[in-house]
Design a protein. Structure first.
Length: 131
């Protein structure tokens, strides 16, 4: 068993995948292929949410106070929760199915609330602009 490289999420995921943490990891057909696809999608989502966190932190510095600033702070924390949920997908291979379902349910709920907050923010901005 080779040790994981200490340079990021992708290397940990590759280590776990190639060293049998994922059942059927060496089987490139059927279930093994689906696990590889899940891993690829998870890593892609983690990278994307990392970029989103960078952007939201940049914008948060510009939006201080007021309705938009307060709402943006809430969105900032919600994106942080998304990131934690996405990172947890790397542990799905070793988590019980019930725990996986709870994590997915939490991410779904946060995403639904996130959409409502974004829509309300746009409505407030439109009202302030007189649209």
């Amino acid at each position: 068993m080779t040790p994981p490289y200490a340079c990021g999420v992708v290397n940990f995921a590759t280590f776990a995948y190639t060293n049998g943490v994922y059942p059927g990891a060496n089987n490139m057909r059927g279930e093994g292929m689906m696990k590889e696809l899940f891993l690829l999608l998870s890593v892609s989502a983690i990278c994307t949410i990392g970029y989103a966190l960078f952007k939201v932190i940049t914008l948060r510095k510009r939006l201080k106070g007021g309705v938009v600033g307060k709402t943006w702070t809430l969105l900032y924390y919600m994106i942080g929760l998304f990131a934690a949920g996405y990172l947890s997908t790397l542990l799905f291979a070793v988590l019980p199915e019930a725990s996986q379902q709870v994590i997915v349910g939490i991410v779904f709920l946060i995403s639904a609330v996130f959409v409502v907050v974004v829509i309300n923010l746009f409505l407030k901005i439109a009202k302030e602009l007189g649209l």
